[in-house]
Design a protein around this ligand. Structure first.
Ligand SMILES: *Cc1c(COP(=O)(O)O)cnc(C)c1O
Length: 412
């Protein structure tokens, strides 16, 4: 706290302060950003309007897995900008089939339904599961139930916040959409008890990101897979944050050898360039849609497909997954030392992704994030005492070590 208020009086911050004051006056206060105003970025580094450089250890909550200004992604976008950017789905365009085919292949599935934001992919999955439930499973009209986990984060739309357990996300936004059952995350018996003949889907994050990078107990995801298969229920894995290389695999589910019925993808699928999300499943699931039943003006547009296709190409070699594995081992070894020293109380995560609980005597997650910002490292707090670390997968080991040294300095 003190570090930011003292720097706010520093004359070198006047440009930033002007931008921030103007943003606060003319935009809704639905976020509480750190007081940095970014002007440009490259790789794992961002530069603010006063020319200060910061190491990005958040990567847009995994939307920037391939780093800022990734050459391949920018080139793919620029080439497409000069050809055609938007057609709507009223017509076919020549990037659509290739994107859907290649993404389905990456997922080992048959079909893709492209949308834009993560929340839209979740909404689309809810509609898919319900329609599948009535038409394929034979659930009586309007009885479909979807089981979700406490502590979930699936987006911000009215239906999605209807099954959130975060009061801040829900309060005063009712009436809420019915048809959801909430069970504790990681508790297979609670899930078993909640599934009925009317259950059409279980929707979970294989690792809960927003909740603080919570990894469920070993055996949980295979247990969910077995239970849903037994009961004829769709297993929908929200891999919007955990997927596409972040954990060292293409999908976090892979760590437990689990293949869900439906993947939800977003964030990194747009390469940090454009919003691209998708629901990916086999034809017996996504085949329930007929013309007119669902859509999006921008979903699957040529620019989105060109960038998404490049993302799929980049992931198909495994090099980014390998990098996340190797750098992730290093990250977790270093964070483990901090835990050993007592400055952090718990470290969770997989690959290049960590939730770090700071010992309360060192300050709140917000205070630590602000102190790190002063030292040139950007992370973001969640749930009071936790900071999330998720640098772009292209970060160098030297930069990662430098970032960790700043964290050690803040906690000393
Ligand atoms: C970010 C996120 C979403 C929502 O994505 P938006 O693009 O912000 O709508 C949904 N699920 C998970 C797991 C996420 O991390």
């Amino acid at each position: 706290m003190s570090s930011t208020s003292s720097s706010a009086t520093n004359s070198s911050r006047t440009t930033s302060d002007r931008f921030i004051a103007s943003a606060e006056a003319h935009s809704a206060h639905n976020y509480h950003p750190l007081p940095i105003v970014v002007a440009s970025a490259d790789g794992a580094w961002m530069t603010d309007v006063e020319g200060r450089r910061y190491l990005d250890m958040l990567a847009g909550y995994s939307a920037l897995n391939f780093g800022h200004g990734n050459r391949r992604l920018i080139d793919a976008a620029k080439a497409q900008l000069d050809r055609v950017t938007l057609t709507s789905r009223a017509f076919h365009h020549d990037r659509f089939a290739e994107f859907c085919t290649r993404l389905a292949e990456l997922c080992g599935k048959e079909m893709v339904l492209p949308m834009n934001t993560g929340a839209e992919a979740v909404e689309t999955a809810v509609k898919t599961a319900r329609k599948w439930g009535y038409q394929v499973k034979g659930v009586p009209d309007s009885r479909a139930k979807i089981v979700v986990a406490a502590g979930n984060f699936h987006g911000r739309t009215t239906t999605v916040i209807s099954f959130s357990t975060d009061e801040e996300a829900r309060a005063d936004f009712g009436p809420y959409t019915p048809g959801f059952e909430i069970v504790p995350y990681g508790d297979l018996e609670a899930l078993r008890a909640a599934v009925t003949d009317d259950t059409v889907a279980v929707l979970i994050e294989p690792i809960q990101g927003e909740a603080g990078v919570l990894v469920p107990p070993a055996g949980y995801l295979p247990g969910v897979r077995e239970l849903t298969r037994e009961r004829g229920v769709l297993f929908i894995a929200d891999e919007i944050q955990s997927g596409l290389g972040r954990t060292g695999r293409t999908f976090a589910c892979e760590h437990e050898g689990v293949v869900p019925d439906v993947y939800l993808l977003g964030k990194a699928l747009g390469g940090g360039v454009v919003p691209v999300s998708a629901v990916v499943a086999d034809a017996d699931v996504l085949g329930v849609f007929k013309p007119g039943e669902h859509g999006s003006t921008f979903g699957g547009n040529p620019l989105a497909c060109a960038v998404g296709l490049e993302v799929v190409d980049m992931l198909s070699t495994g090099e980014f997954q390998q990098r996340a594995t190797e750098l992730g081992e290093h990250l977790h070894a270093e964070l483990g030392l901090l835990a050993g020293a007592g400055t952090v109380t718990e470290v969770r995560g997989r690959g290049l992704w960590a939730g770090v609980d700071i010992a309360p005597s060192y300050g709140t997650g917000r205070e630590i994030s602000e102190q790190l910002m002063e030292k040139g490292v950007l992370v973001k707090d969640t749930h009071g005492s936790t900071i999330r670390i998720a640098p772009p997968l292209v970060i160098s080991k030297e930069d990662l070590d430098w970032g960790l040294a700043q964290l050690r300095a803040v906690l000393s």
